[in-house]
Design a protein around this ligand. Structure first.
Ligand code: NAG
Ligand code: NAG
Length: 281
């Protein structure tokens, strides 16, 4: 078997243990946790979306009008709840605490108001698809969509079933979870003040539509908050070439702007290969 075939067979049958035989021109050196922190800080700076998870508080006898209005069921006490939120990296202390515009009425922020900690999951999404993909034997021989397995009668040459839903291996790319709590940013809601006006400018540069719900808008109560990062869990990709584990929070905070600005992530440049290691980027 060709190395690529072996690798993809193993990739299909299972995961990390197989990684040691993946083809590479290099002796792979796994980045340190600090090098991973640099990549993570760049991902945070370049990524406008994340999933914030909180935990529902103990049920109170419901005098909560909002809960009634949205028909919240009873018995959610302690349930985790995660949903996409806008994020940004707007504070100038450069400590890697994400900036979030909290809409008071949102479930995430009501859970926080009731005492919940938060975790924020962020994944790297490459702006360009790879020129050369990690492929399975199956897709090398003939591309078949998942639908054609369910409905074998379907012709395999139908155009709209040809493309794979994701043009890159997401499992091979970095993602992380920032664990901590939310706190108000002093002066953040004062649009005339130095801090508040700068935050609003930075946030709207990332999220133009958010100009309608900046602090002081007439629709929803909103406040700029920071996620105070207390712990960082990192999965850099496949374990033979990426660091997987906890990054000490001091390392996360220590990364300088210059360091993350110089770093490069997979897919920032056109024509990248999925097998390349971080030093090639
Ligand atoms: C939030 O996390 C801290 C640990 O960082 C913990 O001490 C505290 O009890 C947590 N709060 C809740 C409401 O679980
Ligand atoms: C953070 O940076 C300071 C100052 O450069 C250094 O003394 C410290 O060892 C660093 N800590 C970590 C965990 O990298």
């Amino acid at each position: 078997m060709k190395p690529a075939t072996i690798a993809s067979t193993l990739l299909l049958s299972c995961c990390a243990a197989a990684a040691a035989v993946f083809p590479s021109d290099h002796d792979l050196r796994i980045p340190t946790s600090y090098e991973s922190a640099i990549l993570g800080r760049r991902i945070l700076a370049l990524t406008p979306l994340g999933t914030i998870s909180t935990v529902f508080p103990k049920d109170k006898p419901s005098h909560d009008d909002v809960a009634a209005e949205e028909r919240r069921p009873a018995g959610l006490d302690g349930m985790p709840y995660g949903l996409m939120e806008y994020i940004s990296d707007c504070e100038d202390d450069n400590l890697g605490n994400p900036t979030i515009l909290a809409i008071t009425i949102g479930t995430t922020f009501r859970n926080v108001a009731a005492g919940s900690n938060v975790s924020l999951a962020v994944q790297w999404t490459p702006p360009h698809p790879p020129a050369k993909r990690i492929e399975s034997t199956q897709t090398q021989n003939k591309r078949r969509s998942w639908l054609s397995y369910l409905l074998p009668g379907l012709g395999t040459n139908e155009k709209h079933h040809d493309a794979t839903p994701l043009p890159y291996s997401a499992a091979n790319l970095p993602r992380f979870s920032l664990l901590g709590h939310l706190e108000p940013i002093e002066g953040g809601d004062d649009r005339q003040g130095e801090v508040g006006s700068r935050l609003a400018r930075c946030y709207v540069a990332t999220h133009p539509d958010a100009k309608y719900w900046l602090p002081g808008n007439h629709v929803h109560e909103a406040h700029f908050v920071r996620l105070v990062v207390e712990q960082v869990y990192w999965v850099g990709g496949f374990g033979d070439r990426a660091f997987i584990g906890w990054i000490p929070v001091e390392e996360w905070q220590n990364v300088t702007r210059e360091e993350w600005q110089k770093a490069r992530l997979p897919g920032e440049k056109k024509g990248w290969k999925e097998w390349s290691v971080w030093e090639d980027l």
